[in-house]
Design a protein around this ligand. Structure first.
Ligand code: ZN
Length: 289
């Protein structure tokens, strides 16, 4: 398709921002790829294919209370000439978006940086996980049990009792019963092939989550006395960490919701790493203050 020099100029400027983001952190890299994909199919970089833009109505309409601005068809990508451009009057141009969800620009706006910003906002809104998640995290309870036992169930019961008050305090009635039961199921498992890490996460308030990381390395051996009296001996190695977490942005909220929905699957180790790293940098920041 034919593209004017101005249009191409904007496109190239957007691409230069994409390239810059590609050298950034992994969040910026992902954003860059998303925007790159979108840009491929765009034809008009004045309106980013929203086919709409805005302009000032002019001083002659001042005081008619219909607003200072109007939304119009994008003259740059209009195919039929002499067409009426006016769509509607409007009071403000802040947060003005087109029919496909991208910010609307003034009809002659040609700064690629602004268009890139609008595209970034658009992809982030569609994929909140593209932004670095921000949390505040506080420790609620830690418990590392290393023990030999003949009665696994009794030991598991004891562990549940130690974390029960914390879970009940933050979660309240029915939800805590369910959570405690989930913990029980998780730590009752022995003889797994490798260290099993499980995360349980539950929303306790708006933007507030509780999550429990369980590392279970317990094993079980069958023993016998005089060759006939058989019994099982358990070597418990269970690490249980309970945290309360406040999500500070959409990305963090998305991440927590993902853990709740158990869609995280193999990502769980990555999530733990991320949470630990965030907690570490938060501590470092606090130390330097
Ligand atoms: Zn256009």
């Amino acid at each position: 398709m034919y593209m004017t020099d101005y249009n191409l100029c904007i496109k190239n400027e957007i691409i230069s921002f994409i390239e810059m983001y590609k050298t950034g952190d992994r969040y910026q890299q992902k954003i860059a790829l998303e925007i790159e994909e979108i840009v491929k199919s765009k034809t008009c970089f004045f309106c980013l294919d929203e086919k709409q833009c805005w302009n000032y109505r002019g001083s002659e309409f001042k005081g008619d209370k219909k607003g200072e601005f109007y939304i119009k068809k994008c003259p740059q990508c209009l195919t039929i000439h002499n067409e009426k451009l006016w769509i509607k009057d409007c009071i403000s141009t802040i947060d003005l978006v087109g029919p496909f969800g991208i910010q609307l620009f003034r009809d002659d706006a040609n700064a690629g940086s602004d268009k890139f910003e609008a595209l970034e906002k658009y992809v982030i809104q569609k994929n909140p996980e593209l932004v670095k998640p921000e949390f505040t995290r506080s420790s609620v309870h830690h418990n590392h049990i290393i023990e030999k036992t003949y009665e696994l169930e009794v030991e598991v019961g004891k562990i549940i009792e130690t974390c029960k008050p914390f879970i009940e305090f933050y979660m309240g009635g029915p939800m805590s019963v369910l959570m405690l039961n989930n913990i029980k199921v998780s730590i009752s498992g022995v003889n797994r092939e490798s260290t099993q890490t499980e995360i349980l996460c539950e929303k306790i308030n708006t933007n507030e989550f509780m999550y429990i990381v369980m590392k279970n390395r317990s094993t079980e051996k069958e023993k016998s006395r005089f060759g006939f009296y058989k019994y099982k001996k358990c070597y418990l190695d269970i690490k249980l960490d309970i945290y309360k977490m406040n999500t500070l942005n959409n990305s963090a909220h998305h991440l927590c919701s993902k853990i709740i929905n158990e869609a995280a699957g193999n990502d769980i180790i990555e999530i733990i790493d991320l949470l630990d790293k965030i907690a570490q940098t938060k501590t470092k920041q606090q130390e330097t203050i």
